[in-house]
Ligand binder design. Sequence first.
Ligand SMILES: NC(=O)c1ccc[n+]([C@@H]2O[C@H](COP(=O)([O-])OP(=O)(O)OC[C@H]3O[C@@H](n4cnc5c(N)ncnc54)[C@H](O)[C@@H]3O)[C@@H](O)[C@H]2O)c1
Length: 208
Amino acid sequence: MRDEKIPQATAKRLPLYYRHLNILHNQGKTRISSRELSESIKIDSATIRKDFSYFGELGRKGYGYDIAHLIQFFRKLLDQDEIASVALIGVGNLGTALLHYNFMKKGNTQIEIAFDTNDDKVGQEIGDVPVYHINDLEQELKRKGIKIAILTVPARVSQEVTEQLVDCGVEGVLNFTPSRLSVPNHVRVHHIDLSIELQTLVYFLKHS
Ligand SMILES: NC(=O)c1ccc[n+]([C@@H]2O[C@H](COP(=O)([O-])OP(=O)(O)OC[C@H]3O[C@@H](n4cnc5c(N)ncnc54)[C@H](O)[C@@H]3O)[C@@H](O)[C@H]2O)c1
């Protein structure tokens, strides 16, 4: 691999390539051109070639890409052989839906534990995931060595809960709340803001 930083946009597409290559592999395909890959994955072929170029020669001119080789390469790159344990904070409408959604079928992440303040939820198992009281956050996260959290609490408590998470050693937060969170430099926050995605879609429809 070249010794240069991979752009965030490229890094975000890697799991998509990995998932799609597995689908093609399961369909019995053994090799694919960047044009064919582009058509099936709906990303233009110049972007695919540029993304892949960060990792050296993954394909051959006139031959295309060997699918099994690419899968093996991306599996290693994305640490797919290791399962990342995740905690979910806030078992409301969205949190409950995510607990029922089985991440394992799609990748290498698994929600192992959930937390809430509501006594009606604490002690339940939702989608096979146990729900604990937020007061047990530190003890349970440290016991399980969990470093990634999904945040599905109301916006008004999101900063306070994030600070609790950071104090417990969490290094990555997938933030579903509309709040912009302040975190120390070593912590990474990814925002999933559905209203912004929708507004962006509306903008593109109007301006393209
Ligand atoms: N529901 C959606 O479709 C949706 C979509 C996108 C984003 N969001 C965002 O996701 C977040 C959750 O939305 P929702 O509809 O599931 O809300 P909700 O009110 O149904 O659920 C929030 C849950 O968080 C719990 N909670 C409150 N304070 C807590 C704390 N300090 N620690 C732990 N748990 C706590 C509550 O008891 C509740 O179970 C919100 O910030 C919302 O803006 C929701």
